[in-house]
Write a protein that binds this ligand. Structure first.
Ligand SMILES: Cc1cc2nc3c(=O)[nH]c(=O)nc-3n(C[C@H](O)[C@H](O)[C@H](O)COP(=O)(O)O)c2cc1C
Length: 394
């Protein structure tokens, strides 16, 4: 077992193990990748205040997200095609998250179906919904999430149209996989991955094949995914979904204070300040820079979570100290899964937990509830001072 001391170690092993097209699928942002890069580099602009001679004994990272207990305020974000990074990946990642005392979010675009995951784990998980043009599919998906006893619905709002990722096009990444020469060469260099994948029957989008009208096999699926996200999604539809679901609702992909107020108005339980890990609007603010203005707008009225760019416990500490009640990790968990399966996800969570716990202590704090902006040095212009571009009154 290699010595894993940081998330970057898992990423190195993951890169060597998984076919290039799946590594690139995970490790890309849209277009110039400016937002993807700044999601992480903007955390470095926040400094922590080292404090001394303060009792550090009896610390805890326990917290709550939407009223549910978590061992640290870090849940697993929904990641499509997780089961292509490691066979049965969604089931294994969910087990790792639950064993660690935190939550797992299953993507609509998962390989293992919602029923499959529910029958292989002991506790409820969260389900992430994409709104498709096929409304019957959406309604049925919500019913399936209820039947699977999911304990929250995470409705993603920032991907009704796909941001372009150059590498996916250049690698010919598609569902189903096209057997081009370079794809075959790529797959042939990762024999351990290929051998393991051959042992599982789960190699397609489990929530969709056999459930969406007209999608019975792989050849119809590719046409379906290209056309199915509904670009007409609006706040009325969000209200309708809230009503149909009837349980805890988390709105994911909020990056603007105005949208945060809309989320509040529709009665969501929480929002995730997110730019989809830099995979959608390139040139948008990083999540951590967008967070302060959203907290100013709605922070005392709705639970605010954050994802995008978190690679360490220090990043989690900064997001929580800024005012987020919880965070999600996407890629950091996928690096672990792709490197070492369930054990790798556990390792990713352990690394982040240790970093969070020790850094919190070195800031002179013993509990998550004690964290506030006081532990940080925040550049005055961190949240941005922007020109007023609203149209002048007529
Ligand atoms: C490979 C990949 C696939 C993703 N698939 C989904 C998805 O199916 N649904 C969704 O809501 N978000 C999806 N996301 C976004 C994540 O939920 C999350 O917002 C993002 O990964 C957070 O940024 P981070 O990876 O820097 O932690 C995906 C992200 C990645 C990297």
């Amino acid at each position: 077992m290699p010595v894993i001391t940081e998330i970057e170690d898992l990423k190195r092993i993951y890169r060597n193990r998984v076919p290039k097209m799946f590594f690139d699928y995970c490790e890309s942002g849209s277009w110039t990748e400016q937002t993807f890069r700044e999601n992480s580099s903007d955390f470095d602009k926040l400094y922590l205040r080292q404090r001394v001679a303060m009792n550090m004994e009896g610390r805890s990272t326990k917290s709550q997200m939407i009223g549910q207990d978590v061992s640290m305020p870090v849940a697993l974000a929904p990641v499509g095609s997780t089961g292509m990074q490691w066979p049965d990946g969604e089931i294994l990642a969910c087990r790792a998250a639950h064993a660690f005392g935190t939550q797992f979010t299953l993507s609509t675009m998962s390989v293992c179906s919602i029923e499959d995951v529910a029958s292989h784990v002991d506790k409820p998980f969260w389900f992430q919904l994409y709104v498709m043009r096929d409304w019957k599919f959406v309604v049925r998906m919500i019913e399936r999430a209820k039947e699977a006893k999911c304990s929250a619905l995470v409705l993603t709002l920032d991907l009704q149209i796909l941001g372009q990722r150059h590498k996916d096009l250049k690698n010919g990444l598609s569902v189903p996989l096209r057997p081009t020469l370079s794809n075959i060469f790529d797959l042939s260099t990762k024999w351990a991955w290929g051998r393991a994948m051959m042992k599982t029957p789960r190699r397609t989008f489990g929530n969709i094949v056999g459930h969406a009208e007209g999608v019975t096999d792989l050849s119809s699926l590719s046409a379906w995914t290209a056309e199915s996200f509904d670009p007409r999604l609006d706040w009325e539809k969000v209200k309708e979904i809230k009503k149909l679901w009837g349980g805890p609702l988390i709105l994911k992909g909020i990056l603007d204070a105005e949208d945060a107020r809309m989320a509040l108005d529709v009665g969501a339980d929480a929002i995730v300040v997110s730019n989809h890990g830099g995979r959608q609007l390139d040139g948008a603010l990083s999540s951590i820079r967008a967070l302060p203005s959203i907290l100013d707008a709605v922070g005392d009225k709705i639970e605010v979570h954050l994802d995008s760019g978190i690679r360490s416990g220090q990043d989690v500490l900064k997001a929580i100290a800024m005012g987020a009640k919880g965070t999600f990790i996407g890629r950091a968990a996928i690096y672990g899964l792709g490197a070492m399966g369930q054990q790798g996800v556990t390792r990713a969570l352990e690394v982040i937990h240790k970093e969070l716990d020790v850094s919190m202590a070195l800031c002179g704090k013993r509990n998550i509830s004690e964290l506030d902006r006081d532990i940080m040095l925040i550049p005055e212009d961190f949240a941005g001072k922007w020109a007023d571009t609203s149209s002048p009154a007529a």
